[in-house]
Design a protein around this ligand. Structure first.
Ligand code: HDD
Length: 723
């Protein structure tokens, strides 16, 4: 005979579980005072900084309707073993909500990471635009920035070879302005009508849905070799720009030419540039591949950690300014062609303000996922142009949000809410949050005292500058749009030889992953127009003949601004140095090194055979990575401490060998030098830093090496080991 099951009151279970657990973490500040919104909106005073101040954690657990709950762990049953009752409204509501937690991911740029910050204008923009955000000296405008990859799904790896999105929402006092840019200054196509095609070609093959987040496959290369306007963007992708070290070390570009309008209604054409304070740095290809497996969240983690550690990422916003002539060209370059740059040597980038990212999102979904950018979100003083890519985008962004955010009211989602007063006449629709008053949502009206009234230019209204438009209707493009090769050739010849080698390697890898012979051969005919040596080396890598009788395109003289390897050091904020240590390690030396690095905003992490602490006398070091959990890719330099395990645990040796191969600074002090030798690293090789002690000299050498990003002069040594 079975004994009847013991009845346990749900509350008892929860209370005893809490008693036996460690203390829960303290509430976050925004959780201390839960706000409620009454049906009339009373009690909610709106976002102060773009974030909804409501947290979820009041004292008492409730349903979404605010009914207090005794238990959320047990379904309502007829007896302890009995069937679950339909009457359980909490069960049904909880599961219903869970079933719908995912929203459609972005059709492109699905994988991303965001941060809050502030943009401060330096006043230099005042002569060319009336937009306060760019013109008013010292004006601080809150922003939200989302970085992304283009091709991969939401769960894909960060470090794949791809373009990166760099989208900025400026919550200006004159309305929201979105600058929806990329980390490359040009785009694959010249007309938005081809966007579905390039994306279909880049996304996984429709039959097997592979490869994920990759351009190294037949359909991508088929498209970009048939639509040769894509050649310029493609060579940027094949360069180091396609595998950034960090979102913090990327340039950003508005890509299109925009029109700025000043108080006097004078206009100029401009291109926007974001210049990172830390310089432009990239991963090596092998590093990117390892990171994609070892830490698929590499860039997301880097951004979050840097902000959490106070190493706030910073960019200067600059503009290239061109006269607004009827031809809309500058030095023969068509400013409406989004596959063209204007070399900085011809039109210098003039700084107009600074962006600092200083706060991580509180909730990824609420902020980073639900943020909705739109190229048509402009404020008075900033206008678009007739660039056919931009014109199509102005339709697409608004349209895509309707599906992704389920209705037309997405500007009411906290992260999207303008910080300027909103008095529109839109009403109703899915997810309407506002409880509108009045009876006359139309203008003009005589029922609601006529409000809201329109504003003209003098009152800050968005009034387009009059522009003359005429022409024959047709699916045509200007003749200048036919030049597809002069700027890829300019880009390639402007790079340093190390960067050129990376481009050769990237084409050889990507085309080597294609199956169709005809696509590879066609790709070589494109490369032959960029540079003969580039074409020859890729052809060798693919085992194919160099196409005959194709001339390299004529191009302008080199643009050194396109190089990312520079002779001067960059700041090292947020860089990470791993120190290989162990129970017998010189902890005082580690402390010396840490002090020097932290003074420059960099971090030191101790790597040891196992977790816990290293103790010597009164000095204690916390082990942050073990030989099992650490991998070279998360360190910008690796140094072996005196007293580290000398026998050379293979995991530590692999870390050192990888770092050496990736041209990172590696070093050692005291008998740590023996570990380097066991790893096969020549202590006299470029970028290998050794000393008897971890003194100021070794510390200064480490800081200096980090500032150069990599020991570029080690390249020949590393390549010598490749057949
Ligand atoms: Fe786009 C997202 C950047 C051309 C259609 N795009 C999206 C994002 C960035 C860009 C950074 C992510 C925004 C976010 O973080 O939420 N896109 C660009 C740049 C382009 C460009 C720099 C060329 C200069 N895009 C482009 C074209 C079209 C689109 C030509 C369509 C005709 N883009 C979209 C989209 C997305 C998008 C489908 C997907 C999710 C979203 O908009 O909100 O509407």
């Amino acid at each position: 005979m079975c004994s009847s099951p013991r009845r346990v009151a749900p509350g008892d279970v929860i209370r005893s579980r809490i008693r036996s657990s460690p203390m829960p973490p303290a509430r976050k500040p925004d959780q201390s005072a839960p706000r409620t919104v009454s049906p009339t909106g009373v009690g909610y005073d709106g976002p102060k900084d773009g974030r909804d101040p409501r947290g979820q954690a009041g004292d008492k657990l409730t349903t979404p309707n605010g009914v207090r709950l005794p238990d959320t762990d047990h379904s309502l049953k007829a007896g302890p073993r009995g069937p679950v009752l339909l009457e359980d409204f909490h069960l049904r509501e909880k599961i219903m909500h869970f079933d719908h937690e995912r929203i459609p991911e972005r059709v492109v740029h699905a994988r991303g990471a965001g941060a809050h910050g502030v943009f401060t204008a330096n006043g230099a923009g005042a002569s060319v635009t009336r937009a306060a955000v760019l013109a008013e000296k010292g004006l601080e405008t809150p922003v939200f920035v989302r970085f992304s990859t283009v091709l991969g799904s939401r769960g894909s790896a960060d470090t794949v070879r791809d373009t990166r999105g760099f989208a900025t929402k400026f919550y200006t006092k004159e309305g929201t302005w979105d600058l929806v840019g990329n980390n490359m200054p040009v785009f694959f196509i010249q007309d938005a009508i081809k966007f579905p095609d390039i994306i279909h070609a880049g996304k996984p093959h429709p039959d097997r849905e592979i490869p994920q987040a990759q351009s190294a496959h037949d359909t991508f290369w088929d498209f970009v070799t048939l639509h040769t306007e894509a050649t310029h963007h493609t060579i940027w992708n094949m360069s180091d720009r396609g595998i950034p070290r960090s979102y913090r070390t990327m340039e950003g570009f508005g890509v299109h030419t925009f029109r700025l309008v000043n108080e006097k209604r004078e206009t100029v054409l401009v291109k926007f540039h974001w210049k990172p304070k830390l310089g432009v740095h990239s991963l090596t290809w092998e590093e990117a591949q390892i990171a994609a497996g070892v830490d698929p969240d590499f860039h997301r983690r880097d951004l979050y950690d840097a902000i959490e550690n106070g190493a706030f990422p910073e960019w200067e916003l600059g503009i290239q300014v061109f006269p607004d002539t009827p031809e809309e060209t500058f030095e023969g370059i068509d400013l409406l062609d989004p596959t063209k740059i204007v070399p900085e040597e011809l039109a210098p980038v003039q700084p107009i303000g600074t962006l600092v990212l200083n706060a991580n999102p509180t909730n990824f979904f609420a902020e980073t996922e639900q943020v909705a950018f739109h190229t048509g979100h402009l404020v008075p003083g900033i206008e678009g142009t007739n660039d056919p890519l931009l014109q199509g985008r102005n339709f697409s962004y608004l349209d895509t949000q309707l599906t992704r955010l389920a209705g037309p009211n997405f500007t009411q989602i906290p992260i999207n809410r303008p910080h300027a007063p909103v008095n529109d006449n839109t009403r109703d629709g899915f997810h309407q949050q506002a409880v509108h008053t009045g009876q006359a949502p139309y203008t003009p009206n005589s029922v609601d005292a006529g409000v809201p009234f329109p504003s003209d230019w003098s009152e800050g209204g968005y009034v387009q500058v009059p522009r003359h438009v005429e022409g024959e209707v047709g699916r045509t493009a200007p003749a200048s749009f036919d030049d597809h090769f002069s700027q890829p050739a300019l880009f390639y010849k402007s790079l340093t030889s190390v960067e050129q080698q990376h481009v050769i390697d990237a084409y050889t890898f990507e085309l080597g992953k294609c199956y169709e012979q005809a696509i590879k051969e066609r790709a070589l005919t494109v490369l032959a127009r960029i540079d003969a040596d580039l074409c020859a080396q890729v052809a060798t890598g693919l085992g194919l003949p160099v196409p005959k009788k194709i001339k390299v395109a004529k191009s302008r003289s080199e643009s050194p601004a396109l190089r990312q390897i520079r002779p001067t050091p960059f700041p090292i904020e947020g860089r990470i140095v791993g120190v290989v240590a162990g129970p017998g390690a010189d902890l005082a030396g580690i402390a010396t090194l840490r002090k020097a690095l932290e003074a420059e905003g960099a971090l030191l992490r101790v790597i040891a055979p196992h977790g816990g602490q290293l103790v010597k006398g009164t000095t204690v070091e916390i082990v942050e990575r073990t030989f099992a959990t650490g991998r070279s890719i998360e360190f910008d330099a690796i140094v072996v401490a005196d007293g580290a395990p000398k026998d050379g645990d293979f995991r530590a040796l692999v870390m050192l060998q990888e770092a050496f191969r990736h041209l990172k600074a590696v070093g050692a002090w005291g008998d740590g030098v023996a570990v380097l030798k066991t790893a096969g690293i020549d202590p006299t090789a470029p970028g290998v830093l050794t000393g008897k002690k971890a003194n100021a000299k070794l510390a200064a050498a480490t800081v200096a090496a980090l500032g150069m990003h990599r020991a570029w002069d080690r390249t020949p040594l590393v390549r010598a080991s490749m057949v």
